[in-house]
Design a protein around this ligand. Structure first.
Ligand code: DLL
Length: 429
């Protein structure tokens, strides 16, 4: 079902007209209310009145994660804080997260956008929707929750932490028909039901909406076979809104971008010039309805392409391909985002460890696992084994506490890592 046909099937010329009107409002809003943009526009002598088409956007400056980090926590908010009704955050490159804020209107729009994703694959008021994304500062849980309620489904806010067996009991007993989670969570469910001797048909699952981390078509096939469901990809990021930026329709061939709320561009991350449709590059988004935290040409670091041609589903919104990589060194392990610089900062807090390390990602049974090899100092290396074990436990504990990720820590001899140009992230062993 198309949830908002007046927008989702709008003729292209009208979408572009709507986008330019909304862009102008946004440019005025950020120029008036966000010092960062006022300074940038003044510095670059940008006359916002002259931005008259989406093609003129190339005159506008980009916004980067670094810019957001520098404005921590509220420097980029475009409304008085009394008008902010919700705060979320996402991992930054260092200890400080990126903080985002939403007004009442922002939440209304966001709910409609996640409602579109659910409706698109056939979920309705008869469905039981188990939301196994964290309900926390992470946008996944709450972002989908409001959309699922909006379409009248029975929402089961199971969140993602805790025991997987308990999640499966909930799924079975409460008759969950749609699972919303990271794809790695669905793999865990599939592995566990096999182990518990539960046949997929004993569950009532029919749909899976998966996102928040990259996953392949091959993995989609495996999840569909093992859980007897139709699995769909959806994409989003906290800075731009959270889940609901784009999602697949039943064609499973590209993710429709909610273009009445965002303008998407694909650029060459080196030259910063636009890439032609069909070619991969970095995704860049401009928000055109957001009040609390509007962003102009935000460089996501995600690599994908814009797809050509019209989708047979009837939606006229542009489609992006699935995300195939990153332009930076962000790694995503079971939905948890980690920048190597964050690990470095944590290691500096563990006495006896050095900030020289290597991250090794291994895939076991469809699930990524992270090992951290840490070089120890000369002093601790010659120490008692008890102290080495303590250090190992301390590092694992700090990582778990600060990043929310269980990792395997291996200590290695001094001067064995971090040589010239050595890669800090290694996939497989
Ligand atoms: O992951 C928002 C979200 C929640 C999306 C639930 C979908 C479902 P962040 O934690 O800010 O927000 O992380 C955003 O995750 O820049 C991508 O690198 C990655 N990502 C999100 N969805 C996908 C996807 C949420 N479908 C970052 N495929 C983004 C690949 C994805 N990567």
């Amino acid at each position: 079902m198309i949830y908002n046909p007046e927008y989702e099937t709008m003729p292209r010329e009208e979408i572009e007209q709507l986008q330019i009107e909304r862009l102008q409002t946004t440019l005025n809003r950020v120029y008036r209310n966000v010092a960062f943009y006022k300074n940038k526009f003044d510095e670059m002598k940008i006359d916002i009145g002259k931005i008259k088409s989406v093609a003129d956007m190339k005159e506008l400056p980009f916004t980067t994660k670094e810019d957001l980090r520098e404005s921590y926590p509220y420097g980029m908010f475009a409304v008085p804080l009394k008008d902010i009704v919700r705060i979320h955050s996402s991992s930054g490159t260092t200890g400080k997260p990126i903080v985002v804020g939403y007004t009442k209107n922002d939440i209304q729009h966001w709910s409609a956008m996640t409602a579109r994703l659910l409706a698109a694959v056939g979920i309705n008021e008869h469905d039981f929707v188990q939301i196994a994304f964290d309900y926390s500062l992470f946008t996944g849980g709450f972002g989908f929750h409001y959309g699922a309620e909006r379409i009248g489904a029975s929402v089961i806010p199971s969140s993602s932490h805790g025991n997987i067996q308990k999640q499966i009991f909930i799924m079975k007993d409460y008759k969950t028909t749609a699972l919303l989670s990271a794809p790695s969570f669905a793999v865990e469910v599939a592995n566990k039901i096999r182990e518990m001797g539960i046949h997929p048909e004993e569950l009532k699952l029919r749909y899976g909406l998966f996102g928040a981390e990259p996953w392949s078509d091959e993995l989609r096939g495996r999840i569909e076979d093992n859980l007897h469901i139709d699995a769909y990809d959806n994409y989003g990021l906290s800075e731009v809104m959270g889940p609901g930026v784009s999602g697949e329709c039943p064609e499973k061939n590209g993710l429709h971008v909610n273009e009445d709320h965002f303008i998407i561009e694909v650029i060459d991350p080196k030259t910063l010039l636009p890439m032609p449709a069909g070619s991969e590059g970095e995704l860049v988004f401009t928000t055109i309805t957001k009040e609390g935290f509007p962003l102009i040409r935000y460089r996501t670091g995600d690599v994908a392409s814009l797809m050509e041609g019209v989708c047979p589903c009837g939606r006229t919104f542009a489609r992006m391909s699935r995300v195939t990589g990153r332009t930076d060194d962000l790694i995503i392990i079971r939905g948890v985002k980690v920048f190597p610089t964050q690990v470095e900062e944590i290691l500096l807090k563990a006495e006896g460890a050095t900030p020289r390390f290597r991250l090794i990602i291994e895939n076991r049974d469809g699930l990524d696992e992270l090992e951290i090899q840490v070089e120890v100092s000369e002093k601790i290396f010659n120490d008692e084994i008890k102290n080495l074990l303590n250090l190992k436990g301390k590092i694992a504990g700090l990582i778990e506490e600060e990043l929310g990720l269980a990792v395997r820590v291996t200590l290695v001899e001094p001067e064995t890592l971090g040589g010239n140009g050595e890669k800090r992230v290694v996939t497989g062993k």
